[in-house]
Design a protein around this ligand. Structure first.
Ligand SMILES: Cc1cc2nc3c(=O)[nH]c(=O)nc-3n(C[C@H](O)[C@H](O)[C@H](O)COP(=O)(O)OP(=O)(O)OC[C@H]3O[C@@H](n4cnc5c(N)ncnc54)[C@H](O)[C@@H]3O)c2cc1C
Length: 270
C-alpha cells in the first residue's frame, strides 16, 4: 500500500503533523521508535504549554498519543534507516519493512550523541542499526548490542533467540569500533571484546544519514515557511528545524507541515 504521507517521528511535531494529514483527507502512517526514548517524557513539569499548566512531559506525550490514536493515525514502532526517492514516490526502509508514500514529514527531533569512532567506516562491514534486518548474518557469532532503552534490550534478546552470542551494553560512555575492513572488536568503557558485529540502536539518526542530499543550516534542517525542505515532497517540523526547542513550536510546525504535505500528496498545491 502506498500512503499519501509518512511521518517520521512520534513526538509533538510528528503526531501533530499526522493528525493534520488525516484532517486534510489524506492517508498517513507515523513511524517512530519507542515513546520511552522521547525526550519530552523526561520533562518533570511543563508550565508553558497553553491550557495545561503543570503537566508532566509523560502526561503530555500520553495525551498527544491518545489524540492521534483516536483520530485514526496508524503507528509503526520502528527506526527509519534510509530513504530513496524516484519519480514522485519515496521508499522508506524502517526495520525490515519498506514503505511507500508521496510525501514525508520528518519530525525526528534533535540527534543526541555523535557517531562512535569507527562507526561510519564499518557501516555494512559489521556495524548495523537494525537487529531484525541483519541479525541472521551473525548467527553463531559474537556480537555487541549497544542500546539506549528497554525496547533495545528486546532487540538484543531477539538476536540471542536466533543464535547470536550477544554482549549487551546499555548507554555506554565510550565506544571504539575496530577492524581492518570488517569489524573485529569493540572497546566499551575501556574493555575490549572480540566481535564480528556491532548493533547500534540509537533512538534517532542524523537527518542527513536518512536523507543524504538534505540541506542543513547551522546544524538544523533548512525549511521555508511551508516547512518544505530542498528535497521533493519532503517537509520537516519541530526541534529538527531549529530553536526554540519547545513543544508549542513543534506542534504548530507539525500542523503546517502535515497540512501542506497532505495537500501536495493529493495534488492540491503542486
Ligand atoms: C528534560 C526536558 C525538559 C523539557 N521541558 C520543556 C518545557 O518545559 N517546555 C517545552 O515547551 N519544551 C520542553 N522540552 C523540549 C521538548 O521536549 C521538545 O521541544 C519537543 O519534544 C520537540 O518535539 P519534536 O516532535 O520536534 O521532537 P521529539 O519530541 O524529540 O520527537 C522525535 C521522535 O522521533 C523519533 N525518531 C527520530 N529519528 C527517528 C528515526 N530515524 N526513525 C524513527 N523514529 C525516529 C525519536 O526517537 C523521538 O521519539 C524539554 C525537553 C527535555 C529533554
Amino acid at each position: 500500500m502506498k500512503y499519501d504521507v509518512i511521518v517520521i517521528g512520534g513526538g509533538p511535531a510528528g503526531l501533530s503533523a499526522a493528525i493534520n494529514v488525516i484532517q486534510r483527507g489524506a492517508s498517513v502512517l507515523c513511524i517512530s521508535t519507542s515513546p520511552e526514548n522521547n525526550p519530552l517524557g523526561k520533562a518533570e513539569k511543563i508550565d508553558n504549554y497553553l491550557g495545561l499548566p503543570g503537566v508532566t512531559g509523560k502526561e503530555l506525550l500520553d495525551l498527544f498519543s491518545e489524540h492521534a490514536r483516536k483520530a485514526g493515525v496508524e503507528l509503526l514502532r520502528e527506526r527509519v534507516l534510509s530513504t530513496f526517492y524516484n519519480d514522485g514516490t519515496w521508499m522508506i526502509s524502517a526495520g525490515s519493512e519498506v514503505l511507500e508514500c508521496s510525501c514525508i514529514v520528518f519530525a525526528g527531533g534533535i540527534t543526541r550523541g555523535k557517531p562512535f569512532p569507527g562507526e561510519a567506516e564499518h557501516l555494512g562491514m559489521g556495524v548495523s542499526y537494525c537487529a531484525t534486518c541483519d541479525g541472521m548474518l551473525y548467527r553463531g557469532k559474537d556480537v555487541a548490542v549497544i542500546g539506549f532503552g528497554e525496547a533495545d534490550k528486546e532487540e538484543a534478546d531477539y538476536l540471542e533467540e536466533i543464535g547470536c552470542h550477544v554482549t549487551w551494553y546499555e548507554k555506554p560512555k565510550k565506544v571504539q569500533i575496530s577492524g581492518e575492513g570488517q569489524v573485529s572488536s569493540v572497546t566499551v568503557d575501556g574493555t575490549e571484546k572480540t566481535v564480528s558485529g556491532v548493533f547500534i540502536l540509537r533512538p534517532s539518526l542524523a537527518p542527513t544519514s536518512v536523507f543524504p542530499e538534505l540541506e542543513m543550516e547551522n546544524g538544523y534542517i533548512k525549511t521555508d515557511r511551508a516547512m518544505k525542505t530542498n528535497l521533493p515532497g519532503l517537509y520537516a517540523a519541530g526541534d529538527c528545524i531549529g530553536r526554540p526547542l519547545q513543544v508549542a513550536k513543534a506542534v504548530g510546525e507539525g500542523m503546517i507541515a502535515g497540512q501542506n504535505a497532505a495537500d501536495e500528496a493529493k495534488g492540491r498545491n503542486k
